[in-house]
Design a protein around this ligand. Structure first.
Ligand SMILES: [Fe+2]
Length: 310
């Protein structure tokens, strides 16, 4: 009987350790979702609680207080918590999958209307997340990584509202056509906001064409441009330069970097550009859609014009 009680107590210790680690990791994953200091506090409390739980269980075990009923209560309590945690995390994962499917569907709609964008949205998403991952932690804490991925994928969603004749025009746009294209960030936000998918990240879509010198679509400058928008802007410009677009030939990676550095401080945030440049070249190139002919020698030697990320 005593052995059974001790085994149950050991089971309780194992389950509670599993629970605390699982919840701790989950909270850490959500750290970026709960923008602010409270999430770090929460993670510390969760990880600290493992000490309290396990010490209490071990004390019970060592002091031989573990009559069968005590062990049973502890083990069943731990089992209950395990099931609840498993259910909550599974539910959350399921909801995230639904959100991802919705976003992927919207991306498919964008790409169906504008074939030149095929693979662009995903590349902007991938590069944005890579930039995020190399930023200093204080800056990362200002941006939710998951929301950044969604906003980057949907940054050009508003092109749904732009006539196809303009989107697929082979030559340069007229000033009237450019004015129409300039409406796409606002159109995208108008579509996304009612869904409640992105919360504050809608501003990253709205301001992804801002210039740090204040000469962008809305004329806001520097740090007034949300950090998420500045990240997407750098990723967007890289992708626009690197991919084969109707109005500009593809250029190589080195030429992209040179052009982006030229644009740092006027168009692009210099710190974000340098963060981008610190990402291993092969990682960045791995984000290119398969069909991208960027490595073609003729294209690589084409002169780089000012970034045309629409
Ligand atoms: Fe855009």
């Amino acid at each position: 009987m005593e052995l059974a009680a001790q085994l149950l107590t050991v089971l309780g210790i194992a389950l509670m350790t599993y629970n605390v680690i699982r919840v701790g990791l989950y909270v850490r994953l959500q750290n970026d979702l709960l923008v602010g200091a409270s999430s770090a506090w929460l993670a510390r409390v969760v990880f600290g609680s493992i000490v309290v739980f396990d010490v209490a269980y071990v004390v019970i075990l060592l002091q031989n207080l573990g009559r069968l009923s005590v062990g049973l209560i502890l083990a069943s309590g731990a089992a209950f918590v395990t099931v609840v945690i498993y259910w909550l995390i599974s539910l959350d994962a399921s909801m995230r999958q639904d959100t991802t499917r919705l976003v992927e569907t919207l991306v498919a709609v964008i790409e169906a209307r504008d074939p030149s964008l095929r693979g662009h949205s995903r590349q902007v998403r991938d590069v944005s997340l890579m930039i995020y991952d190399v930023l200093p932690r204080p800056q990362r804490r200002k941006v939710n990584r998951e929301q950044l991925g969604y906003a980057a994928l949907l940054h050009d969603l508003g092109k749904i509202g732009i006539p196809e004749a303009i989107l697929n025009k082979p030559g340069p746009l007229t000033s009237e056509e450019r004015a129409i294209v300039k409406a796409h960030p606002q159109i995208g936000v108008d579509i996304v906001r009612p869904i409640g998918l992105l919360d504050d990240a809608t501003d990253w879509i709205l301001y992804h064409h801002e210039y740090v010198d204040g000469t962008g679509y809305f004329g806001i400058a520097g740090d007034a441009i949300p950090l998420g928008a500045r990240i997407i802007s750098v990723a967007d410009v890289f992708s626009a330069l690197y991919m084969n677009r109707p109005y500009a030939g593809s250029i190589g990676y080195d030429e992209c970097v040179r052009t982006m550095r030229d644009e740092a401080g006027t168009h692009l945030d210099p710190q974000i550009v340098e963060a981008f440049c610190s990402i291993p070249r092969e990682d960045v190139l791995a984000t290119a859609p398969d069909a991208t002919p960027a490595a073609a020698p003729a294209a690589a030697s084409a002169p780089a014009s000012a970034p045309q990320a629409d």
